[in-house]
Design a protein around this ligand. Structure first.
Ligand SMILES: C[S@@+](CC[C@H](N)C(=O)[O-])C[C@H]1O[C@@H](n2cnc3c(N)ncnc32)[C@H](O)[C@@H]1O
Length: 386
């Protein structure tokens, strides 16, 4: 079931975050549930936060529970009944009281709510995780309000949970304002966010246009290293009213299937984002009383989105060309990874571009049968410039 956009008026960025969570968690848990004895979902910053619904259908915890229940039904049809376990953490007393009442009302799902700050709750979370047993897959969501609370030394033990994946909300709009501040009160906080001060050297000299990417990519490098993740991607989520990035959703996994599925869902969520922004901006323009003749989508200026798509596609092309430059056969899997770990670039973009080059005789595939329209990851296909 799609989320009700009416619950997200004025906070369309949260709609995008929730759509990604909703769609991906469902797909992930259905796949994982075929072999896992337990699926453990951990929300370290649960809320409720700015919820407008009595049943919490517009909160991350409400959405997770709703999707995990669907997963149970789906898996039961296949004779699979993994334990579904949720750990919800919330520091605010009032919000926690609501969260606890919600959890206590659930059946068929193990749901534990705790009133604590993440800094102090990690041992409790690890204990909860341990009770999931041997074949226990964990998905951990970090959704702080700013850059505080997810210091690398705090979240490191959670990043290491394996098998497992993480989704992290990196609050770009706040971070970029303060990350290079010389205020002695702020410096240690950012050093702890990144685990050390190396990011400062990496950011020095980076142009304004590339700063967001540099900040997020260095953070991802640290997350991948700490959690031994094979792949990570990041999705820019825009401000509803203005052409700017509000936050980046960082996803890290040790499994290529995870990345493949995540990127499919990211694509759909980004489409909803542009449509929701178009409506939000039209509402604002019409607030003076003059209604517009054309629909919000027709009126929407897509230049910001398109320019980012172009920028990231150019980055992908550069990576692909660098990989193929030696003119030796290169595994398609490397090109796939280069494309799918770049924001707003999808497998269809890569395949279409490679097929066009192939038709022009500029490259060839080895191991791609005549019947196959496009190469696929993990099938041993090689690509070579001719
Ligand atoms: C952005 S809101 C989360 C929204 C929720 N994930 C959602 O999408 O519906 C952040 C929540 O984390 C709580 N919080 C802030 N700092 C925290 C910390 N250090 N540990 C645990 N919870 C914290 C806040 O009270 C707030 O409810």
């Amino acid at each position: 079931m799609s989320l009700d956009e009416q619950n997200y008026l004025g906070r369309e960025q949260t709609l995008v975050k929730h759509i990604i969570l909703q769609r991906y968690l469902l797909r992930l848990a259905v796949i994982v549930g075929t072999w896992a004895d337990s699926i453990t979902y951990i929300d370290c910053f649960s809320g409720p936060w700015e919820s407008k619904t009595p049943d919490y259908a517009d909160t991350s915890f409400g959405i997770a529970v709703q999707e995990l229940k669907k997963v149970q039904v789906e898996l039961a049809k296949q004779g699979k009944r993994p334990r579904i376990r949720c750990f919800f953490l919330e520091k605010d007393k009032k919000s926690f009281a609501e969260l606890k009442t919600f959890c206590d009302s659930l059946s068929g799902i193990e749901a534990e709510a705790k009133n604590n700050v993440l800094e102090k709750a990690v041992p409790e979370i690890l204990e909860f995780h341990k009770k999931g047993g041997q074949k226990n897959f964990t998905f951990t969501f970090f959704d702080p309000k700013g850059w505080k609370g997810i210091e690398l030394d705090v979240i490191q033990p959670l990043l290491k949970l394996s098998p497992g994946e993480v989704l992290i909300n990196y609050m770009t709009s706040f971070t970029r304002r303060f990350i290079e501040s010389q205020d002695p009160e702020l410096i240690p906080g950012f050093d702890r966010l990144y685990g050390n001060s190396v990011f400062r050297t990496k950011l020095a000299g980076v142009s304004e246009d590339d700063r967001d990417d540099a900040m997020v990519e260095e953070y991802i490098r640290r997350i991948k290293a700490e959690g031994n993740y094979s792949f990570a991607s990041y999705t820019p989520v825009f401000q509803p009213q203005i052409n700017d990035i509000h936050f980046h959703l960082i996803y890290a996994t040790r499994n290529e299937k995870g990345l493949e599925v995540f990127k499919k869902e990211e694509r759909k969520a980004v489409e909803v984002m542009e449509s929701a922004r178009a409506k939000a901006q039209q509402r604002e323009r019409e607030s003076g009383g003059t209604l517009e003749l054309f629909s919000s989508n027709e009126m929407h200026d897509t230049q910001f989105y398109n320019s980012l798509r172009t920028k990231y596609w150019n980055k992908t092309k550069a990576k692909v060309h660098a990989l193929l430059a030696s003119k030796k056969p290169v595994s398609y899997d490397f090109l796939w990874e280069a494309a799918l770990t770049t924001p707003l670039v999808w497998v269809e973009d890569l395949n279409q571009s490679l097929m066009e080059l192939s038709k022009k005789g500029k490259l060839k595939f080895v191991g791609l049968s005549e019947r196959e329209k496009f190469p696929k990851h993990g099938k041993g296909v090689m690509v070579q410039i001719v």
